[in-house]
Design a protein. Structure first.
Length: 247
């Protein structure tokens, strides 16, 4: 089941984004894939103690902690570290974001996964009903956390932005941490920067360059002097990733 989220989301940089909401089908398949991974991890953990008997309270506590980590921490850990994607979500091309288009972040991820205990594990029909009836396909955990699950659109090669930069500078940046939203913001700035007031241009460039440095690493970005050259190099490197795929 696929539904289009028809409302535009405006980012803090005044860029409008649209998202395709993931329906029951891909989310259910992602859940099955993630559950299978958890089962495969748990089997060797449980097999030896259950076959030979639990030796004492320490072993019981250790097994309980491992169960907690694999069963509950699996989702928030992946959604935080992999930008809203568990392995199952990645396989289905979907991810968790906030309803304003921002990355989910710690608090929303924790909230949506705490409520997962109720609306997925204990009363799964609640999650299904909520996803079907809400406009953004949100289960109860998403409603409480202000998140939604969206499809990642297959992207064509992004348009070239800025002046052609140094191939060496571009190649030195690992932009795998940037996504479509990040690139759209960078491209929009580069397209509009000449029309901005100098002070506003400098301030916005500094904000965007700071975000780029967080994503690509200070060591790599330190080879490029200036905020705007760094933004240009990051945008060109991101575009080059898709150009390489098309070849």
């Amino acid at each position: 089941m696929r539904r289009d989220f028809g409302e535009s989301t405006v980012t803090p940089e005044a860029v409008q984004l649209r998202a395709d909401v993931a329906g029951v089908g891909p989310r259910s398949i992602a859940f099955i894939v993630d559950t299978l991974i958890q089962v495969l991890v748990l089997l060797p953990i449980l097999f030896v103690p259950l076959s030979s008997g639990i030796g004492g309270s320490f072993e019981a506590i250790a097994i309980s902690l491992l169960l907690f980590v694999v069963v509950w921490l699996y989702y928030p850990a992946f959604e935080l570290l992999r930008r809203g994607q568990t392995p199952g979500k990645r396989a289905q091309g979907i991810r968790v974001i906030r309803t304003n288009g921002q990355p989910a972040g710690l608090a929303p991820v924790v909230v949506r996964n705490l409520i997962r205990i109720v609306d997925v594990f204990l009363l799964p029909f609640l999650a299904l009903i909520s996803i079907v009836v809400t406009r953004r396909g949100q289960r109860l955990g998403d409603l409480a956390a202000g998140t939604m699950v969206v499809r990642e659109r297959a992207m064509p090669i992004p348009p070239l932005v800025g002046a052609p930069g140094s191939t060496g500078m571009t190649a030195s940046l690992d932009t795998s941490g940037l996504d479509e939203r990040d690139y759209t913001v960078l491209r929009t700035f580069l397209a509009r920067r000449n029309g901005l007031e100098p002070a506003a241009r400098q301030q916005l460039a500094a904000r965007l360059a700071s975000r780029v440095r967080q994503q690509v690493g200070d060591r790599a970005s330190s080879t490029i002097a200036g905020d705007e050259p760094l933004i240009e190099a990051a945008a060109q490197s991101y575009r080059a990733r898709f150009a390489d795929r098309s070849g």
